[in-house]
Design a protein around this ligand. Structure first.
Ligand SMILES: NC(=O)c1ccc[n+]([C@@H]2O[C@H](COP(=O)([O-])OP(=O)(O)OC[C@H]3O[C@@H](n4cnc5c(N)ncnc54)[C@H](O)[C@@H]3O)[C@@H](O)[C@H]2O)c1
Ligand SMILES: O=C(O)CC[C@@H](O)C(=O)O
Length: 528
């Protein structure tokens, strides 16, 4: 099978080598598509690789019939409609680490540029004006830098600013006093930080909570003559409020790499001499572009070839050591879900998962998603995958609960899935036998030992002589060979279960014939 990958923003050619050198990957690089052209083009592509230039809208995603993965060569995914991607089962991956250094260096360059008026003085000189008086700057030494958002880039900026002998004070909801102390910086609330700072630099993502967090009210709290830097995302700073604050003299200068609307050719902020700007160049270095393209290409390749991705955005990422432990359970968990939903034969209203033994202490969310996928597939087919399984369950009003229990029932690991429907509650438990693969070990209260694979018949009957024989003869009459059989009962003469694996699908005729046997209460054909 050949996978088609569309690259719609300029990406480092060396960086995409993992894809260009891979087998079965056809790459189309077209970086001048209009939004309408992208919608037309994307239809049969399996993967889309972008930087910040391409707007991957809901409309683009819904036109993409084969799309499996969107790779963002960079950090910010605000140009991708993540909800739409999740709903359509499209995984989004990014390259969160590759441009951290470049973005931090660019931020420092911008701080230096505004503190010493370098671009303005350069521009004047280019225009034959030798003006030393006009471009007197301020030192960074002993000034306070307020860092809003102390993630990867914010932290790198803080470290570099200390190198410039600045005092650093930061606000980030995840910043602990211990971390601040370890970094040798101060911390405070957003209001405390911006009111102490001589320079303020923002490094948050653009979110509902961060949109316009630096607004007219925030400017009022700042020192007179403060400098503002934004190398994160346009929209974190309210541009109208910034304009007013510069014109009023509250803000002495601003350095902006990012804007609310990009790209643009005219912007009122650029008419102000106090504003220094670059056209979203924070990540634009040869080094960063190569690393982000390599990282995202590897992840796209991994996903298309059935491997686990390293930097998923719309799926929680799983630590490598956790993944090593849970990976062998993936097949079991999906099969348990598929088995159980076939057994109940109607839609689930509630799914309860319980993990024990070796699975007790580790993160099992990926297994839960996988089991739910196995359950939903019965009614939703291949449109459900690990990305959208929980979303689709929620949208269908299905409650999913996950718990851990210390009751291993004698197994070193055990996954129990319970499905509640309008009319019944049924359970199945499975284990991974060391070296022997997956086993279903319990169906409702019956103990069994069946490999969850191939064609099966699950029969509920009364424990009485002759049932097994009649069932065997009937299958033989329909030319169906029995591969394995397991029987268990509640007590002598009580309710019993038979789990029969057969060599081909149980057709309707044989199924009806089995249902016709008076000793049989329920027959379900299951194909895993
Ligand atoms: N200019 C560029 O070319 C360029 C390059 C790379 C990254 N970026 C942008 O820089 C920003 C930071 O990137 P990063 O890799 O450091 O991300 P990150 O996820 O490592 O850090 C973001 C930090 O912001 C914090 N945060 C979230 N909400 C906040 C709030 N309301 N107040 C304060 N802090 C908050 C988070 O806790 C996190 O620590 C992103 O917007 C990213 O898109 C821009
Ligand atoms: O693609 C770019 O150059 C911008 C990247 C940057 O904004 C990011 O969020 O990673």
């Amino acid at each position: 099978m050949t996978y088609k990958v569309l690259i719609s923003d300029p990406l480092s050619e060396d960086g995409i080598k993992p894809l260009t050198q891979a087998e079965n990957i056809e790459i189309v690089m077209q970086t001048d598509l209009t939004p309408e052209e992208l919608e037309e083009k994307i239809v049969d592509f399996d993967a889309l690789l972008v930087r910040s230039g391409t707007q991957v809208t809901r409309s683009v995603i819904s036109k993409a019939k084969n799309l499996k993965i969107i790779g963002r060569a960079g950090v910010g995914v605000d140009n991708i409609d993540l909800d739409a991607a999740t709903e359509h089962g499209v995984i989004v991956v990014n390259a969160p680490n590759g441009n951290t250094n470049s973005a931090a260096e660019h931020t420092m360059a911008m701080i230096m540029a505004i503190s010493r008026n370098i671009p303005q003085a350069y521009h004047a000189l280019k225009n034959h004006k030798w003006d030393r008086k006009k471009y007197v700057g301020v030192e960074l030494r002993d000034k306070t830098l307020g860092v809003v958002g102390l993630g990867r880039i914010g932290a790198e900026v803080a470290t570099r600013a200390k190198g410039q002998r600045m005092n650093v004070v930061a606000y980030d909801p995840f910043l602990t006093p211990e971390k601040a102390e370890k970094m040798g910086i101060g911390y405070g609330t957003f209001e405390e930080v911006i009111s102490q700072a001589d320079f303020i630099t923002v490094h948050t993502p653009l979110l509902k909570e961060t949109r316009h967090m630096v607004n007219a009210k925030a400017f009022q709290l700042m020192k007179n003559g403060v400098y503002i830097v934004n190398c994160a995302r346009g929209g974190i700073i309210d541009e109208d409020a910034l304009y007013d604050a510069i014109v009023s003299g509250k803000v002495a200068g601003a350095a902006l790499d990012v804007f609310e609307e990009e790209p643009f050719v005219d912007h009122k902020l650029l008419e102000l001499p106090e504003v220094v700007a670059t056209p979203h160049l924070g990540a634009s270095t040869i080094e960063a572009q190569e690393i982000v393209a390599v990282d995202v290409s590897h992840d796209v390749l991994r996903y298309l070839t059935g491997d686990t991705v390293k930097n998923p955005v719309n799926l929680p990422s799983v630590a490598k050591d956790v993944m090593t432990v849970i990976e062998p359970y993936f097949q079991l968990s999906e099969k348990l879900g598929a088995f159980l939903i076939d057994l109940v034969g109607e839609v689930a209203e509630e799914i309860n998962l319980s993990y024990s033994g070796d699975l007790y202490d580790i993160e099992v969310a990926p297994l839960t998603r996988n089991t739910v996928k196995g359950i939903l597939k019965r009614h939703l087919g291949s449109s459900v995958n690990d990305v959208n399984a929980l979303y689709l369950a929620e949208r269908k009003g299905i409650t999913v609960n996950e718990n851990k229990t210390s009751k291993t029932q004698g197994f070193t690991n055990l996954i129990t899935v319970e499905v509640k429907t309008k009319t019944q509650t049924r359970t199945v438990s499975g284990t991974l036998l060391n070296g022997l693969g997956s086993r279903i070990v319990k169906v409702d209260n019956y103990s069994v030992d069946v490999t969850p694979k191939g064609h099966m018949v699950v029969i509920q009957h009364n424990d009485q002589p002759g049932v097994i024989g009649r069932m065997g003869s009937l299958l033989a009459d329909h030319g169906i060979n029995i591969a394995t059989m397991q029987v268990d009962r509640s007590d002598i003469g009580g309710d019993a279960i038979m789990m029969v694996t057969i060599d081909r699908h149980l057709d309707d005729e044989a199924l009806d014939a089995l249902k016709g046997l008076d000793v049989i209460k329920e027959v379900v054909a299951i194909d895993l």
